[in-house]
Write a protein that binds this ligand. Structure first.
Ligand SMILES: [Zn+2]
Length: 100
């Protein structure tokens, strides 16, 4: 199973793909992803069995494009998102923002 970058269409093994995730936004339920190939930044929602891409607007996020990743699971934590697929898992931490 290879997961594509929607910008450059490079395809990544899950370990490389999820290793490029950073900063889980619990409010919007999004992780940031930076393509290791083209450097494109995207926000995506990890869902059971798929990844959701779309655009945040007005404090909400609407999924417009779904990429199926059979077996993908997620668990939301207080300051992190745990992602698992097959026998592997990844933890995406929330970057703690200093209050203004
Ligand atoms: Zn790319």
């Amino acid at each position: 199973m290879l997961i594509p970058c929607l910008a450059c269409e490079a395809r990544f093994a899950p370990d490389e793909y999820f290793g490029a995730c950073s900063d889980y936004d619990r409010g919007l339920d999004l992780v940031s992803w930076t393509c290791p190939r083209c450097g494109n930044r995207d926000d995506l929602r990890v869902l059971p069995g798929e990844l959701g891409f779309g655009c945040p607007r007005g404090g909400r996020f609407t999924v417009q494009v779904r990429v199926r990743v059979p077996g993908l699971r997620r668990r939301r934590g207080e300051l992190r998102l745990d992602i698992s697929l097959d026998a592997s898992d990844w933890r995406v931490r929330t970057r703690v923002r200093q209050p203004a």
